[in-house]
Design a protein around this ligand. Structure first.
Ligand SMILES: *Cc1c(COP(=O)(O)O)cnc(C)c1O
Length: 387
């Protein structure tokens, strides 16, 4: 795997100047992103490797992420919404774009106008798309989304039989992809994975042949049996953990740093933060940094007792989060860190290679996907790419 130099240096020695008014900085490493796509592309040898960049590319910026992936060779993209799809189309007229929401009622012309392919998940959606194509006199492309057991979107088995018996529907548009989605791919040993694959096999042969797709990031790692013609990784591209129980093979893509606003000495027995929930059991030097839950640093990451909490880093020094995470601020124990490092204006890394998205969300009882998609609405963003 390609070595990517740590971007912890990127903030202290920025390749892009950090403006003085930036209180927190999210650094997004496009080189690591591209390396992750290339890794999955290699793993899924025979299958095409697409990119799932819904929700503003998992919060990291649709335009920047899509451009980097396209430059690395990615030709097919999945987004959730029509609005995301239109933004994506503005970047490149030739990439293939699928809309996971499916066909919004009455909106077929909005898909056709931007050369977008809905993932059709019901007889109603298929009928509406077929009728639209008929009116237009064009067999436009779309995916057919089969439900193999997640019971969210997609045609249930009974509707696949109805569709199979409706050649007049199928003949009016082109099915460019037959897809389904796994419910438990992040648990490789879960029996539902095999069951869904078997159901996918059973359902897709009832319909005219089309390229097939079953795997998200975790599904891709389940091996060639799950990769079919096209894989749909999302979270793994962004360095998130795709599955539980093994080391994460992806490179980390995001780093979040925030400035120290104040440093103070708190006496033994005094408390720090809302609810006075953290009490210092010794004289403690506390740094307050400019990042809080409004910046995406989940409040559930707060440390209110003696349990091992989340840690930030000032240079090589680990600095534990203490007290509650508030809207705009986090308090850290910087006792023992030289004053030359822990001072007003210094940067503290709260998310990066040493404290990963998954480390944080394991503590907070949620998943990397949620933290990523909420990060940095008001944080200064820096994209770095290569040396
Ligand atoms: C979000 C999504 C993906 C990507 O999932 P990851 O777990 O992020 O890799 C793939 N397919 C569908 C249908 C999705 O909704």
């Amino acid at each position: 795997m390609q070595h990517v130099p740590p971007i912890s240096d990127a903030v202290s020695h920025p390749r892009t100047a950090i403006p003085a008014d930036a209180r927190a900085v999210l650094t997004i490493n496009l080189e690591a992103l591209r390396a992750n796509w290339a890794t999955i592309n290699r793993i899924s040898a025979a299958a095409e490797c697409a990119g799932v960049i819904k929700a503003d590319a998992y919060g990291l910026g649709l335009e920047e992420i899509a451009t980097a992936l396209r430059d690395e060779g990615c030709k097919t993209f999945f987004v959730a919404t029509l609005a995301e799809a239109r933004r994506l189309r503005a970047i490149d007229p030739s990439i293939v774009i699928y809309v996971l929401d499916g066909l919004l009622l009455g909106a077929a012309a909005h898909y056709a106008g931007f050369d977008l392919r809905p993932c059709l998940g019901s007889i109603e959606e298929i009928s509406e798309w077929a009728e639209f194509c008929h009116q237009k006199g064009q067999r436009l492309r779309a995916a057919i989304h089969l439900d193999t057991g997640i019971n969210r979107l997609g045609l249930p088995a009974a509707d696949v039989d109805i569709l199979a018996a409706s050649p007049e529907l199928l003949s009016k548009f082109r099915c460019s992809l037959m897809m389904s989605h796994l419910a438990c791919a992040d648990e490789p040993a879960h029996p539902k994975n095999r069951a869904q694959r078997a159901m996918f096999e059973k359902l897709r042969v009832k319909l005219p042949p089309a390229p097939a797709s079953l795997a998200n990031s975790a599904g891709t790692f389940l091996g060639p049996d799950f990769q079919y013609d096209l894989v749909r990784p999302g979270i793994a591209l962004f360095g998130g953990r795709a599955f539980v129980g093994e080391a994460n093979p992806m490179q980390w893509v995001v780093e979040l740093k925030a400035r120290i606003l104040q440093v103070r000495d708190v006496a033994e027995g005094d408390s720090v933060g809302y609810g006075a929930s953290y009490r210092c059991d010794r004289p403690t030097r506390v740094a307050t940094i400019a990042c809080g839950y409004a910046d995406g640093f989940l409040r559930a990451i707060s440390r209110v007792d003696r349990s091992a909490g989340a840690v930030g880093f000032i240079g090589p020094h680990a600095v534990p989060v203490i007290g509650r995470v508030s809207m705009d601020l986090i308090t850290l124990d910087v006792t023992g860190v030289p004053a030359a490092l822990a001072h007003r204006g210094a940067w503290v890394e709260v998310l990066g290679s040493r404290t990963t998205i998954d480390d944080l969300t394991d503590r907070a009882g949620t998943i990397g996907y949620e933290l990523l998609t909420r990060l940095g609405r008001r944080v200064h963003r820096v994209y770095v790419d290569g040396a």
